[in-house]
Design a protein around this ligand. Sequence first.
Ligand code: NAP
Length: 423
Amino acid sequence: MSTAIVTGATGITGTAVVGALTNSPDFTEVYTLSRSQKSTPHPKVKHATLDLQTSADEMSQSLSHIPPVTHIFFCAYLADPDEAEAARINGSMLSNFLEALIKSGQTKELRRIILTCGLKQFGVHLGQPKNPMREDDDPSLFWLEQEDRPPNFYYTQQRILEKAAKDAGNKWTWTVTYPQDVIGFAKANFMNLATSIGLYAAVSKELEGSKLIFPGNKINYLAFNCWTSAKIHAEFCLWASNSSNAANQRFIVINGDTQSWQDLWPRLAARFGCTVPEHMFPSDDGSGKEAYPGFESNSMKLHPRPPVSEVDAKLGLKGEFKQSEVNCQIDLQKWAKRPDVVKAWERLRDRYGLDQTAWDSATWDFLSFLLGRNYSNVASMSKARKMGWHGYADTWDEFQRTFKELEEAKMLPPVADLKGSHS
Ligand SMILES: NC(=O)c1ccc[n+]([C@@H]2O[C@H](COP(=O)([O-])OP(=O)(O)OC[C@H]3O[C@@H](n4cnc5c(N)ncnc54)[C@H](OP(=O)(O)O)[C@@H]3O)[C@@H](O)[C@H]2O)c1
């Protein structure tokens, strides 16, 4: 029998990990931790509030009620726009927590720690990666630590974890996961794709004409991407926690299909009762920088050298990769403040008793990035599959399942009613 501690248990990846653990007959007790009390009650779950930014001594006192556990799932995350600060904060949250666990004795029976990182490992936030991304990629792509690269908190966390295992005499092992753009349920978290896109679609339906305009650019609309369902990621973490093959290994974790907005967007429009404009990019001049008539656009340059440029000569494409950009024909931050948009949201909120915090904490900047970047992001699941992982999720099914959960939590309006309404 196994027992677990989950940090970040109320976040998008953590909530799903807790769900998978409570469904698993192998796990008898699950100790969940976060600063807030948002965790869903379950007979197997004992939630405690803990601030991972406090000292190891303070934490060990707060943890003293928890017996030794067999598994730890580290899903806590604190965002900071300054990459160096993000590395310092997220690194010390992990190292202080590990020190606290040793002090208070929870590591005595420990078998595995599973750390959730992400495809930023490959610099997908800095520009065009080499596609598909693979765990056996050239080290210059897998650890982007060239002089002009910003710090990456995943690198800091992984080094802390590896050292802790070594210091413990390798009595326990670790697994690191790299999900991409997670589709899942959480309240007021840092990167919430499904909530933000669902709100955009529901409000678009409520606006005059009910058109679902793609806020990003045509290059992105036609590009290929992969996504990670929080549910499939959680199931993967469970598989990894007990697979000897996964000991001291790093894995890309994606749904297993390759997808694109050209496929998802019309389905999204149909689900929310909207129409797709016949000319989605009416001002397109190929630059990706055009504005949709009547809206303000925005544009941002990423790192001067996209990650793929590290291997340009090896690919036979020396000097050919340009700086990547994020271009949105609709600036979502400004869109969300437009009086007609705010009124449409308020009408939906009042009609269906929706939670105002869903709107207030929608991550428009994150959504803009996902819709506005001008390159594909595809990763390979070959390593995990060769080692025995056979999980798979259909990306559109996962969006639909998550929208339903968000409806039930009153964060999105009920789609059945929306479709029946006329604007
Ligand atoms: N979301 C995505 O689309 C995505 C994509 C790829 C990779 N990832 C990676 O996945 C990992 C987990 O992120 P996530 O998106 O699941 O995060 P999230 O949804 O924003 O949740 C963060 C969790 O950490 C907890 N937390 C934050 N600060 C804390 C503190 N000082 N003490 C204790 N708990 C704290 C939060 O709870 P409280 O606020 O209640 O404390 C919450 O449970 C990160 O490395 C992230 O980069 C995420």
